[in-house]
Design a protein around this ligand. Sequence first.
Ligand code: ZN
Ligand code: ZN
Ligand code: FE
Length: 743
Amino acid sequence: MVFSIEIRGVVQGVGFRPFVYNLAISMQLKGYVSNNAHGVIILVDTTKYKCEEFIEHIRANRPPLSDIESIDISQPNENHTFKDFTIKKSDNSQELTSMIPSDVAICEECKSELEDKNNRRFEYPFITCTNCGPRFSIIKNLPYDRKNTSMDRFKMCKKCQDEYENPKDRRYHAQPIGCFECGPSISLLDSSGKELHVGNIVDEVVKFISDGKIVAIKGIGGYHLVCSALNDKAVQLLRERKQRPSKPFAIMVKDIYMLKQIAMISSKEEVLLSSNKRPIVLLKKTEIESLSSLVAPKINQLGLFLAYTPLHHMILQKLNSPIVATSANISYEPLCTTKDEIMRLSCVWDYCLEHDREIVNSCDDSVLFVENEKIFMLRCARGYAPAYLKLPKKTDKKILALGANQKNTVAISIDDKVVVSPYIGDLDGLSSVEYFKSHVDTLKRVYDFEPDVVVCDKHPHYESTKYAKELKAQNENIELIEVQHHYAHVLATMGLNSITSKVLGVSFDGTGYGDDGNLWGGEFFVCDTSSYERVVHFKYFKLIGGEKAIKEPRRIALSFLFELYGKEVLKLNNHTIASFSAHELSLLYQAWIKGLNSPLSSSCGRLFDAVASILDVIHVCSYEGESGLLLESLYDESVKDIYEFSVLNGEIDFSVIFYQILKEENKTIAVSKFFNTLVEIICDMSKKYDLPLVLSGGVFQNRVLLRLIMRKIPDTILPEMFVSNDSAISYGQAIAALQFKTL
Ligand code: ZN
Ligand code: ZN
Ligand code: FE
């Protein structure tokens, strides 16, 4: 009997066909395997029993990079006779809806070859196989085939070609395959861009790092700036040159043993860190601090990751100590991916370890953390992107969702799925906007996608909104849909959990454009996938100075002080007041009372700012989310009390809570009670509305808050395995677009 087995999921470009081929040969089956529009199709001529056994083996032993979504078995009507088992060439045009595989860390087999003096790829910095190496970052077009990647300019040597063509070889159809003879190579530059000719480049780089130098290293999806993580002077120098006074740096280490000397890890975290996606994982620092204290000042967490390319591996093996590895970009600009771009940063680095494999699609490192055994992301990028997320229903329309302005991602719909781009970043400068557009173009090109529907935020000044309007102006057949920011946040968490029915959606966030033109961000919605009602929110307060207030927590605290004391504030003696001059205070009072450049906001993120300033934790932030991170570090589990609060006419007046914090003498108690109070508020609302509770928005990246809520309301619906910040907006927008009747 002939059986047709169709397998869907991540099954292309991951060594699935040779795996099936070898399995079929070993089971003496006849037939063929091929790629089709949905994944992989197998035809076998065998008994029903043997066919089932075959499928069982496929499920149990699938290639490490693959992900099986479904397996459908049928019996074709037409007659087939097979002499043997073969890998059949596929019709290329059919593969466009398949998934692009993500970039993958070096596998164990390649690692041992890399270290094997007798192997022809001993210390070859670009060693890869069917199970590892770059994917997304080198793809120009689908299908994922060498000619459609930036490897196309490297002509394979005879030996590589043989491996590439042999279905029994572990490099069969490994598109980035190469060797010293035929593949990409590394070079070393000084900060003037001149190439340095040295004996062994890696040895030289290791020496530079040991000597306290800063080295730019080209990786998979972009460049890193690297220095010794043990050397205070080097880390300080990097901070000064990068003008990054306190934002924590990520640390890359050689292996899990070295990592355990720096941070405490759970078994779940260990699995994540060592997975082939190799994300940065936020971990608790250990007591014995061997690292430079300047790596993550005043914070009890550290972002750590393991070496993931052969090149990183070789460097760390020789250096044998942890390095700072931070994305190379100029402030407010995207990640550097070309030599020209990294040269513009040459004032920051001393040497650059360059290579000649072009980065087609840039991709930052992913950042995540584990809380209560659940995984949450801060940045969804290398290894995880593009992300394929479910839509509540299938659509024939082609939806392009352009996301928010900060932490932007863009998304397109394909059938019942959304493809979400990797983290693009903040759309602040001209080059960021160009970068954003290039990501839109990548999705359009790779998926041969022309949108019928464009979705954007309601904020009229978001660059993504402006671009949506540009697209509409260019093609009036495009339907333009604007979606409220926090509704998109809630929809994203609902989508991740396949929920469409009525929920209580909480969106605690920075600021987003509200339906009334104010800046929302502390919202409770009763909503489903077709509509929302804003039932409760934090009472509006004024953001004195607008944008400036977002960077200066003291302005938020001052706003509450004005609310409580009016002009009498000038006589108060506290840290917030002391951080301003008398002249500034009187100007700010005028702005506050007259509402000059002082938009109204209900943002919960800003409440963290107010608390941080009034407790003298921080008055001016040097990076986004700093106040929340610092408050987290002050939280004390043993404090169980809360502050009094009330909900009146759908509003929670935070000034009442703020007043109690003001009277508190102990900083730790104040911070802990503040967290407990937020949790209590959510609990209260959850009881009142008696609907499934859905959490969304950037504030829920706060681990303390998440932990407390998970403890208190165990069945809370969470933004698990994805981001809750503005990178989730494009996904939520795509879901919102489905409700429109034309779709
Ligand atoms: Zn490998
Ligand atoms: Zn070769
Ligand atoms: Fe947001």
